[in-house]
Design a protein around this ligand. Structure first.
Ligand code: HMG
Length: 387
């Protein structure tokens, strides 16, 4: 039985900063951000968008297309959690009116969270082939104003429906995992922004890429040239390019060109949104699917990395007719209709978003009608509303 990704929903907030403006404000050559880091824009979440509201908005993108009663599991991967106890997924369940019999919870391992959920969902569907699972990754990457990590911020969510006989990507058996207890990036409970050993984190990412990609090829008895595309967690697109260069070392020209061309397609959305932690790899997948034509059965390699650190390489095959499940025009509009912020507007909104609103204060969203938002707390209970 084939199990895999049947639907992909994407959401990013309605505001962004242009990297050229940011570079000028920080007295940096814009090419450092555009070429050296590989980012053009980054989405900014105001106080009314958090991991929960973004996760609801991403799931709503496909919610009315699916058999809702068959959803037996919903997992929420995030490192931008809104509560130390209650799972973000329960707010989503309530907004979607998902049946009470669903098993639902939140998982955390930095950017690896969505992949962890996806693997559990795959195994769940194998045991319960008549049920489906929703896996959500939703995050706001925050390093702080005028920090080296600032250019690698972002905000957004991806929601996946996992089921048998999937319409987009069939997941293959086997994976190669690799973990080590290290301090490359972390966020203690008393911090609203991440702490990071930036350069070290990039070395570990690339080292874990080589280890897991090599181990995966060995496990499956496959060669680099068997892959149509290799897509990566993208904290910023230049790092994915470096992983891609490692993958094609010593390969023939056709393989190198194919993997590079498909990597370019996979980074298009990330260049405009920034890092969305747990959902970043899956935004690369969506970007690849929407920016190139893939033949049925094409083999995709997926590299997931979460700081701390945990990495995994796995693969899937493209399902014939996958493009019918996508809505590239709506995704492009979501990006193009965002409001451009000046750097000073962004700084104000960014800092405000980290404040906890006074209990009882009603927050007003300037999002489009139909979108969900965080409306403040009442008696310390978070309120989510639909515009
Ligand atoms: P930095 O100090 O600003 O950058 O930090 P740099 O000085 O190393 O320059 C970056 C690149 O720009 C270099 O290229 C420069 O040569 C180039 P590279 O050597 O890398 O090829 N450059 C230029 N290029 C063209 N024209 C110019 C120019 N000037 C310089 N004029 C850093 C960069 C990424 C370290 C920083 O932004 C940071 O700390 N970011 C946050 C950490 C991060 O994203 N780490 C990635 C790996 S860890 C991960 O992926 C997990 C994560 O997603 C979290 C999670 O798991 O939850 C972060």
């Amino acid at each position: 039985m084939q199990v895999g990704i049947d639907q992909i929903g994407f959401y990013t907030p309605n505001k962004y900063v242009d990297m050229v403006d940011l570079a000028e404000a920080r007295n940096v050559d814009p090419n450092k951000f555009l070429i050296g880091i590989g980012q053009k824009k980054m989405s900014v979440a105001d106080q009314t968008q958090d991991a929960v509201s973004m996760g609801i908005n991403a799931t709503l993108r496909y919610w009315n297309k699916i058999d809702q009663d068959k959803v037996g599991l919903m997992i929420f991967g995030t490192e931008s959690s809104v509560d130390q106890s209650k799972s973000a997924s329960l707010f989503v369940k309530s907004a979607l009116h998902l049946k009470p019999e669903v098993r639902t919870f939140e998982v955390k391992e930095a950017c690896f969270g969505l992949t962890a959920g996806l693997m559990m969902a795959r195994d769940f569907v194998r045991v319960h082939p008549d049920q489906s699972a929703i896996v959500i990754g939703s995050d706001i990457a925050r390093y702080g104003v005028n920090t080296p990590g600032e250019v690698t911020q972002g905000a957004g969510s991806i929601s996946l429906l996992i089921k048998s006989d999937p319409s987009i990507l069939s997941l293959n058996d086997g994976h190669s995992a690799y973990s080590e207890d290290i301090n490359d990036f972390w966020r203690p409970n008393n911090h609203t922004t991440a702490l990071v050993e930036g350069k070290y984190s990039t070395q570990v990412y690339l080292d874990f890429f080589s280890k897991t990609f090599g181990a995966y090829k060995e496990l499956k008895g496959w060669k680099t040239q068997d892959f149509s595309a290799i897509i990566c967690h993208l904290p910023y697109t230049k790092l994915g390019l470096k992983a891609n260069r490692l993958a094609v070392e010593g390969q023939d020209e056709e393989t190198s060109e194919r993997l590079l061309t498909n990597f370019e397609a996979s980074k298009q959305m990330s260049m405009q949104v920034g890092n969305i932690y747990t959902a970043s790899l899956y935004m690369s997948l969506l970007s690849l699917l929407e920016n190139t034509d893939l033949a049925p059965n094409s083999l995709l390699g997926l590299f997931s990395y979460g700081s701390g650190a945990m990495a995994e390489f796995y693969s899937g095959n493209i399902v014939d007719g996958y493009e019918e499940q996508l809505d590239p025009e709506a995704d492009r509009l979501m990006l193009s209709e965002r409001q451009k912020l000046s750097v000073s507007e962004y700084e104000k909104i960014f800092n405000k978003a980290m404040e906890v609103p006074e209990d009882g204060q009603e927050l007003i969203s300037d999002e489009k009608p139909g979108r969900w938002y965080f409306a403040g707390t009442k008696n310390e209970v978070r309120q989510y509303k639909q515009k």
